[in-house]
Design a binder for this molecule. Sequence first.
Ligand code: PEP
Ligand code: MG
Length: 311
Amino acid sequence: ERAQAVAASSGPGRTADGTSVKLLVNLGSSAELATASEVDSEGVGLLRTEFLYLSRTTAPSVTEQVESYGAVFAAFAGRKVVVRTLDAGADKPLAFVDHGEEPNPALGVRGWRLARRAPDMLADQLAAIAEARNRHDADVWVMAPMISTPAEAAAFAEQAHALGLPVAGTMVEVPAVAIRARQVLAGCDFASIGTNDLGQYTLAADRMAGELADLLDPWQPALLELVRTTAQAGRELGKPVGVCGEAASDPLLAPVLVGLGVTSLSMAPAALPEVRAGLAARTDADCARLADIALAAADAAEARAAVAKTE
Ligand code: PEP
Ligand code: MG
């Protein structure tokens, strides 16, 4: 029992059976870098690069970006870093891009779609990530936000590969991508489920609307169903599928996500020790059973209560 408790408090994520689940941290600014890198994790599962672009009047130069990404790769030397390309859009407007007028910014030209208007910005960013990766000989994966079709996923992966980035994947934030996960994964290297946006678009509930928090709850069975569809496609194709939205920070939900088939969880650094402990307390069979219990529920509150009752 003591050995189990020690195993649960440090080292790689594992279920009680020893099945590996990569535990990674989300990172959104240089200020968080020192504390985040000290956490016992397998690396960064989501580097939000918006901090380099927002609240400034010109795009960051390639040189400046190489420095910033390099600082992250150095702090996480020997560990994996998943860099997400810029996720700006009409609700996170950039001073140096003409965003036009959008009545529904969440459904507008945001994330990867911005490359339609400003293709050089994405090309520069990928070139900077590739250069920083070479300098630090780092284990760097890149992924694009707000991908909607298998063709977009394949185009992004091709562009990244051509620039010397060997591992390129897709965020799963749009229900169409989860529904077509097999085709999406056939054209790229991995998928990372952004449950915040996937929940917003699946339940048709604005993630900024506090009043709709019950619909945006990551325990919503409809959202979990799409997690399963995506993870199962990953298993069939032998490609990693992780979760990097808030759902991954919930120690009770983590075993459910693993039961649905995901292979990694990326979360707020402070949440990691409890998530590690939550996983270590469940066998693989428990995880599978908890996933079925959550999927059978009528809504998020019922799913959470039913899983909590098994503890
Ligand atoms: C998500 O949508 O779940 C996600 C991780 O991206 P962000 O929260 O930055 O939109
Ligand atoms: Mg998102």
